[in-house]
Design a protein around this ligand. Structure first.
Ligand code: DGJ
Length: 374
């Protein structure tokens, strides 16, 4: 008898639950501007949890992927996985859930408690797959493994399925454009600095791959850009046609200068690469490099930040450069303001990129909108 009575209540209960949820999300204030460093609430009124992230734009929708942080002392360990949000206006974000879940299997490369950083997702038009690359450190091994990880999905919001992790380009020497003097080419019999020594040490097993990003060029070719050689030198490594492996062609960029947090974009045929120094979670001066080709030569252009706070990148660290869809020459510098003592409180610093005197400039704004990008 009781079951019959309860059965009568179920539809009403579910309806009420849906109504409450709808009203709650409808009550979330619609945002109409960016406030760098402020708490940024999603459609459920919860601070966005997508750190060290990147954004994919597809069919009018932006998808933001990032590290999901938890409360308490888990620190930087991945206890949940990669969070995904979606937006049509870049101000208001809908929680799409966990796109890549860490594994409950302690023998998995992405076992709960591993370190899974800087996820970036790109779409492969040939295979119609969403391809996620990320920096992976194996559980309980600190930052020793220095691997890159791969996961694939049929949908932008996932679920992504973990495929493999490894160190790229074992046994392969860097690419040098024709005509590069031999004296400028790395020679493992005569290394010139510590970074080259690390490269040669790691040559047989594959190169270290930590902080990273992925870039798809106008011709559909994709590149994996990552800190290597104990974070001393960046590598730009070509991905294969399905974006699910490395072709073996790669260059060493800004050698022996210790760059992390790479973010890259292309403007008027010029490639721009922004990174940070290597000071753990503490902010430091951003560094800008530019090149006429993805293969270089890459030229150091100094710190692109101007004004108060420029010397510490306004308290942030680069993670992605976002081209604004449908707005010519409009790019957003995306940075993380880390809070390692309570990682879940990490903030986001998004600032407009300006082009002045043939280079790019980033200035602080307390509050701004897409209309401010001139
Ligand atoms: C700086 C890197 O950019 C972050 O992704 C993270 O690995 C921290 N170092 C860890 O100290």
């Amino acid at each position: 008898m009781l079951n019959k009575r309860l059965a009568g209540f179920t539809p009403v209960f579910v309806f009420l639950l849906l109504m409450v949820n709808y009203i709650a999300s409808a009550q979330q204030v619609k945002l109409t501007s960016f406030e760098p460093g402020a708490i940024w609430k999603d459609n459920n009124g919860v601070h966005i949890n997508a750190h060290g992230g990147g954004i994919l734009y597809q069919k009018g929708v932006y998808y933001w992927y990032g590290e999901h942080k938890v409360e308490g002392d888990a620190g930087n360990r991945a206890m949940v996985g990669v969070h995904c949000y979606s937006s049509r206006d870049l101000y208001n974000w809908k929680d799409e859930g966990i796109a890549l879940k860490v594994s409950q299997d302690s023998t998995s490369d992405i076992a709960k408690g591993c370190i899974l950083e800087r996820p970036k997702v790109v779409y492969n038009k040939k295979t119609r797959k969403y391809v996620m690359w990320f920096h992976l450190e194996l559980r309980g091994q600190g930052y020793k493994a220095a691997r890159t990880g791969l996961a694939i999905s049929d949908k932008a919001t996932g679920p992504f399925n973990f495929v493999k992790s490894y160190r790229p380009n074992p046994g392969i020497m860097p690419y040098y454009p024709a005509g590069t003097p031999v004296s400028e080419q790395l020679n493992c019999k005569d290394t010139k600095n510590e970074s080259e020594t690390f490269f040669c040490r790691d040559l047989p097993g594959g190169q270290m791959a930590r902080d990273m990003t992925v870039f798809v060029d106008d011709d559909g070719k994709a590149y994996h850009i990552f800190s290597s050689e104990e974070n001393a030198t960046l590598h730009i490594a070509e991905l294969n046609d399905t974006y699910t492996g490395h072709t073996g062609k790669f260059v060493r960029v800004y050698p022996d200068q210790a760059t992390e947090a790479p973010a890259i974009f292309k403007h008027n045929g010029v490639y721009y690469l922004i990174g940070s120094g290597t000071t753990g979670w503490a902010p430091n001066p951003a560094r800008l490099l530019s090149s006429p080709s993805i293969w270089g030569p890459w030229t150091y252009q100094g710190n692109p930040c101007r004004g108060d706070g420029a010397k510490i990148t306004f308290g942030g660290q680069s993670t992605h450069i976002l081209p604004v869809a449908g707005k010519k020459d409009a790019f957003i510098f995306m940075a993380d303001k880390w809070t390692p003592k309570n990682a879940i409180d990490g903030r986001y610093i998004w600032l407009p990129i300006k082009f002045e005197d043939g280079t790019m400039v980033i200035e602080w704004k307390d509050k701004w909108t897409l209309a401010d990008i001139k």
